[in-house]
Design a protein. Structure first.
Length: 413
């Protein structure tokens, strides 16, 4: 037995995830090892909120895994830094051909347009509503992304809900996730983009003049007003006030993953709405945790085989679907009635093709998101929106300057 074990080829897989996903990955590995008895899959778990720190430590120690999970907006930084290799030659062709456009986009490096990561899923944020409360205030219920609420409608409804019996808070924006996750940039960034601005100018790759523009300052001041008015669930109240007993929050600006838990308790009282239009156009986020193969992997072929196996594994797909997984493969979409036309989350899937805006695909992204999160936190705690956003923009531009513009970014692309 010892000799046989020694002959096995080990691949290391670094990942994050809640206990359900951790268990699911373990079972995928068991099935993969049963089909490939000469391979030993070893997992390295890193907590979600400390994932980038753990990855940085692995880089410093020159101990990168073979396969790694990564949050899509960080891909440009990892590829630019030389950590990842193109995966098209390593992933089964039927899986590559099955990818949705947004899945391809989240795994593509903008400089060479090559694919460096792939996932079973993508993601979005929608506006969940309590049907009973919305009917009580006479709110219009949008049926598609095209007739989303305007800013005026949305703020009028927030005010009406604030005066409605049974409503403690008009909206939960999931402040309970804190500022060490990607949530603020992921979920609140599209509010700025819908209002007509962005975190950075995506041609000049300069943040000053864009993130601290009048449109962005106004959008963040609007959100600050919601907080000051007591309309937003505070960070201290956790992350389930929309579907908690008594339904104290009337609306929730929540990820697609909230649906399964909320619908289990709210049944037919939950409605799924598109994100409001805060300006001339709608905007919604995309991008999620996807799988890549490191450049240092001694076993890229086996690593690609494992990723392909996982993405096709029926039991894994069934588990992800049970967690209201947002399809990133066309065949998985066909297995996900939740997102099909007429399904409860169809609006979320519609957003992917109509309003999705990727977070800036730039090597400075770790600084972009950290500076923006700090600015939002400061403003929600009473800080001046213009000052906070100007400070964030300066931090971002300084990082880009310190790295000589992250060439070839900034050159004509």
């Amino acid at each position: 037995m010892g000799a046989q074990a020694a002959e096995k080829t080990a691949i290391q897989v670094m990942h994050q995830g809640d206990p359900g996903f951790v268990a699911a990955y373990g079972k995928v590995a068991e099935r993969f090892e049963a089909a490939n008895p000469d391979v030993d899959v070893q997992f390295i778990y890193a907590p979600h909120d400390a994932y980038n720190e753990k990855f940085s430590a692995a880089v410093m120690a020159k101990q990168l895994p073979d396969v790694m999970e990564l949050d899509a907006p960080f891909l440009a930084n990892y590829v630019w830094s030389g950590y990842l290799q193109p995966i098209k030659p390593l992933i089964d062709k039927d899986v590559l051909d099955d990818m949705t456009e947004s899945n391809i986009a989240q795994g593509t490096y903008p400089i060479d347009k090559d694919l460096y990561a792939i996932g079973l899923t993508d993601s979005s944020v929608v506006l969940y509503g309590n049907k009973k409360y919305l009917e009580a205030i006479g709110a219009r219920i949008p049926k598609s992304v095209d007739d989303a609420w305007t800013r005026e409608e949305f703020e009028t409804y927030l005010e009406k809900l604030s005066k409605l019996d049974g409503v403690k808070w008009p909206i939960d924006t999931f402040r309970g996730y804190g500022i060490k996750t990607e949530w603020i940039t992921y979920a609140y960034g599209p509010i700025l983009q819908s209002a007509g601005c962005d975190l950075i100018d995506r041609k000049a790759w300069k943040s000053e003049g864009t993130l601290d523009s009048d449109a962005c300052v106004d959008a963040l001041a609007m959100m600050q007003k919601w907080v000051k008015n007591g309309w937003v669930v505070p960070q201290s109240a956790g992350t389930n006030q929309f579907f908690a007993e008594g339904n104290p929050a009337a609306l929730a600006l929540g990820g697609h993953w909230v649906y399964a838990e909320a619908a289990a308790t709210m049944k037919d009282n939950i409605v799924v709405l598109p994100l409001p239009k805060f300006g001339a156009k709608g905007a919604s986020p995309d991008g999620t945790w996807i799988w890549a193969i490191t450049k240092t992997s001694a076993h890229p072929d086996i690593s690609g085989k494992f990723i392909s196996f996982m993405l096709k594994d029926k039991e894994f797909r069934t588990f992800v679907a049970s967690q209201s997984g947002y399809p990133g493969l066309k065949s998985f979409a066909a297995e996900s009635p939740l997102y099909a036309d007429g399904g409860p989350m169809a609006i979320a899937f519609e957003q992917a093709s109509k309003t999705a805006v990727a977070r800036p695909p730039h090597p400075a992204y770790p600084t972009i998101t950290s500076a923006f999160m700090q600015a939002v936190d400061e403003v929600f705690n009473g800080g001046d929106p213009k000052e906070a956003l100007t400070s964030a923009a300066k931090k971002i531009d300084q990082d880009i300057e310190d790295n000589d513009g992250y060439p070839p970014f900034g050159d004509e692309q």
